[in-house]
Structure formats: structure tokens, C-alpha cells
Design a protein around this ligand. Structure first.
Ligand SMILES: Nc1ncnc2c1ncn2[C@@H]1O[C@H](COP(=O)(O)OP(=O)(O)OP(=O)(O)O)[C@@H](O)[C@H]1O
Ligand SMILES: [Mg+2]
Length: 224
């Protein structure tokens, strides 16, 4: 299956009746394996709503979403969680690391749910941290790391299960220019190695790293 993400006529409505709000309107997006896509749009344009749907954290109100050839409608929560864990590596603006836990254990976390043995978890987490240049910091806790380093831990965690898709929501949003550039270098390298990346941003310069830019405004795609 060469098509990894297929969104067809996706609408998302929050609430109902008079207080309802249409956050996504007729979204059609096809992402092939190996692509690097940026989704760019202003605040409130529907970017996170879209990411939540692509990440199987939320469902469209109407329309369909196929991930790697599988229709995501009507799946039970534990099946969704399994697919998420196996196929998607998430990177968030606020890193979302466990603050009292070492870099190594943060990165190893998704492997617990995947049923990997303790020794394998350690080895794979260490390897993932080495890949993002943090081989020397495996025992550090997030509060002992810089923002850029914390985001690299989060990327290592996203990679540790070798997912098909890296899904990033404003990955450089909380970083200074230099740390942001380092994170983008890692994304560039991952994409050259064949990883599919979908990245949300509101910064043109960051979006330029992607091979294709999708622009979203008021919940609709206006230039693709
Ligand atoms: N749970 C919700 N209930 C009602 N409205 C919502 C909900 N979540 C988001 N919205 C609305 O949907 C619109 C899109 O929100 P979304 O979070 O997707 O925007 P965004 O593009 O990610 O913005 P930002 O750049 O500020 O993160 C906004 O107008 C928001 O107020
Ligand atoms: Mg958002």
C-alpha cells in the first residue's frame, strides 16, 4: 500500500445546534509513503483538529479516513490505541515528557505497551537517543535538559517503535531559532531515510523543509 494517509471529504463539527462550530470543511488529503508534508495555517484554522484526526485521537464528523489502507471508522478504542502505538510517532509543541523519568525511560515508554522485554526496551531506547545525538544524556531527566534536547528526547520516543508516520504539531513552537533548526535537521534526515512526516506549523521557514505544503484557512484547504 503506497498511500499512507487518505482523507476524503472530511468535516469536523464541534458541539451541536446553535453552539456548533465547523472546524474542518471538505478536507481531501492523500499522503504517500515517504512524503514530507507541512500543514500551515493561522491560529484557529483547524490544524490541531486535523492532526488529532490523522493521529486517530479524534474522529471526523463525516467523511472517511484510511490509514495505511485501513478505514478508521467503527474501530474500538483499544484497536485505535494499538494502531496509534504501532504506526504513528507523535511529536508535540510542549514535548509531553514525564518530568520525573529519565530520558531513557521516557523513550522506552511506547515499547512497554508494545510488549517488548525490559532488556530490548533499554537497548532500543538507547539507540533511538543516540540517533538524535543524546547518547550521553540517557540518564538525564527532562528538567536537566534544554528545550531543544527535550524535543529530541520526544523525537527519539516517537521513533522507538519504528512507526510508518511521524506526526508533529508545531514541533519547533517552543524552541529558539537554533534549537528549532536542529530539530528540522533531524526531520530532514529522517525523511531522507524514508520516514513519512506530517508536520503542522505556522512558520513559513519551518514549512519550507517539507516537500509539499498544504495551506489551511478557516477549516478548508485553499492551496495544495
Ligand atoms: N473541543 C472543541 N470544542 C469546540 N470548538 C473547538 C474545540 N477544539 C477546537 N475548537 C475550535 O475549532 C477551531 C480550530 O481549532 P484548532 O485547535 O484545530 O486550531 P489550530 O489551527 O490548531 O490553532 P492554533 O494554531 O492556535 O493551535 C478553533 O476555532 C477552535 O476554537
Ligand atoms: Mg493547534
Amino acid at each position: 500500500m503506497n498511500l499512507l494517509v487518505k482523507l476524503s471529504k472530511v468535516y469536523k463539527v464541534y458541539g451541536s445546534g446553535e453552539v456548533s462550530f465547523q472546524a474542518l470543511k471538505n478536507i481531501n488529503i492523500n499522503v504517500k509513503k515517504g512524503e514530507f508534508i507541512a500543514i500551515i495555517g493561522g491560529s484557529g484554522s483547524g490544524k490541531s483538529t486535523l492532526v488529532n484526526i490523522i493521529g486517530l485521537l479524534d474522529q471526523p464528523t463525516s467523511g472517511s479516513y484510511d490509514l495505511d489502507g485501513q478505514d478508521s471508522a467503527h474501530l474500538r478504542e483499544n484497536t485505535l490505541a494499538e494502531i496509534r502505538n504501532k504506526k504513528i510517532g507523535f511529536v508535540f509543541q510542549s514535548f509531553n515528557l514525564l518530568s520525573r523519568t529519565s530520558a531513557l525511560d521516557n523513550v522506552a515508554m511506547p515499547l512497554i505497551y508494545a510488549g517488548v522485554s525490559v532488556q530490548d526496551r533499554r537497548n532500543r531506547a538507547k539507540l533511538a537517543l543516540e540517533k538524535v545525538g543524546l547518547g550521553e544524556k540517557i540518564d538525564s531527566r527532562p528538567n536537566q535538559l534544554s528545550g531543544g534536547e527535550q524535543q529530541r528526547v520526544a523525537i527519539a520516543r516517537a521513533l522507538v517503535n519504528d512507526p510508518e508516520l511521524i506526526l508533529a504539531d508545531e514541533p519547533t513552537g517552543n524552541l529558539d531559532t537554533k534549537s528549532g533548526a536542529e530539530i528540522m535537521e533531524i526531520f530532514d534526515r529522517l525523511n531522507r531515510a524514508g520516514k513519512t512526516i506530517i508536520m503542522i506549523t505556522h512558520e513559513q521557514l519551518i514549512a519550507k523543509h517539507a516537500k509539499r505544503i498544504i495551506r489551511i484557512k478557516d477549516g478548508a484547504i485553499w492551496k495544495q
